[in-house]
Design a protein around this ligand. Structure first.
Ligand code: GLP
Length: 264
């Protein structure tokens, strides 16, 4: 696992946007095949998306040959609800870039048969050629996508019940009312994320410090599903000084040393 530490969230977000764009451009140079990208929601990726939008407008990257799959969606929330992940993605990314509408995939939390919806999603990922890169965030308890504590590290796309903690954290998007946050969601599994050739996780601010400590230094455990990244050959966590603050000083120094050596 690589850990990229930046002074603040803004610098980390810029790093991530430039990294993703460079990967899309690299593949476009050598192949006509689409770049298959996993995407996340939450407040964390907003600045990364803003920079990607700027880069598309400036002609520095194009999403014309990108196929994207989002991580998750609430169950039962109307698609046009302002806090649905459909609305979020259009507001903060898709409405401003050149990704063809047919290339955008987001789980349908209103599907009449949610199990069939999840199975079809997994199949669509395979049909697209599998993920080149998955961009994710992390919950305060270390969950990745909506894989709450005790989700199997081999889980695939499915219906999940959210923890009370997650509903309370996400209540800020629902007028502060945890009961207004849907109790269930559809989410890709931990194994779905880890099936990607590369995984990049963004985590900024002191509220994510415990999750990062557990994911980086703790044992690989279903209690902190981000810890599954320890078993991935190309996992990167992009963080800031606040979110990395709980790891051991020696761990911190090592991550800095690795980055310095690579940039030499
Ligand atoms: C939700 C999403 C996750 C996201 C997390 C963190 O639980 N399902 O994918 O990583 O929120 O959100 P934020 O970036 O707002 O802290």
């Amino acid at each position: 696992m690589k850990v990229i530490i930046r002074d603040n969230a803004k610098q980390g977000s810029l790093w991530a946007a430039h990294y993703i764009a460079s990967k899309i451009n690299e593949k476009a140079k050598v192949s006509d095949k689409p770049f298959v990208l996993g995407l996340c929601t939450g407040s964390t990726p907003i600045d990364t998306y803003a920079e990607l939008i700027r880069m598309v407008k400036a002609g520095e990257v194009s999403f014309k040959n990108v196929i994207s799959f989002n991580m998750d969606e609430y169950v039962g929330l109307p698609v046009d609800h302002p806090e649905s992940y459909h609305s979020f993605m259009h507001r903060y990314l898709f409405d401003h870039i050149d990704e063809p509408a047919g290339n955008i995939h987001i789980l349908d939390g209103n599907a009449p048969d949610t199990e069939a919806e999840c199975a079809a999603y997994e199949q669509a990922i395979v049909d697209a050629g599998g993920f080149d890169l998955f961009l994710g965030g992390v919950g305060e308890d270390g969950h990745i996508a909506f894989n709450e504590p005790f989700s199997s590290l081999s889980s695939r796309t499915r219906v999940v019940t959210l923890t009370q903690d997650t509903r309370e954290v996400n209540a800020r998007f629902f007028d502060g009312d945890p009961e207004a946050v849907p109790a269930q969601a559809l989410t890709v599994g931990v194994a779905t994320v880890l099936s990607s050739k590369e995984v990049v996780i963004l985590a900024f601010g002191s509220k994510k410090a415990r999750a990062l400590k557990d994911a980086i230094e703790g044992p690989m455990s279903h209690y902190c599903t981000l810890s599954g990244l320890q078993n991935h050959p190309a996992g990167t966590i992009v963080c800031d000084e606040a979110s990395i603050g709980e790891v051991k000083v020696n761990s911190y120094r090592y991550f800095k040393a690795v980055e310095a050596a690579e940039n030499r």
